[in-house]
Design a protein around this ligand. Structure first.
Ligand SMILES: [Zn+2]
Length: 76
């Protein structure tokens, strides 16, 4: 009953929206259906990744970018 129309082109389920997505070389966003779904997925992944360093409390004694050989500020 169901015969694929295009040869080599398959229709898969888009991980972004769950809709039909053409899994072929003509679809640069495969397995996503569109750039929007692909961007949304990457955005969610990045958001999860960025939440990790944010949980670290700010350190008041942060050494900063001072070189190791900095002289003391005692000499005026
Ligand atoms: Zn989609």
């Amino acid at each position: 009953m169901s015969q694929t129309g295009g040869q080599g082109a398959r229709t898969v389920r888009c991980p972004g929206c769950g809709g039909p997505s053409v899994y072929a070389s003509g679809n640069p966003w495969r397995p996503f259906c569109s750039a929007r779904c692909r961007g949304a997925d990457l955005g969610a992944w990045a958001a999860e990744s960025y939440r990790m360093p944010e949980s670290t409390p700010p350190d008041p004694g942060w050494p900063g970018e001072r070189p190791a050989g900095t002289a003391t500020e005692d000499g005026k």
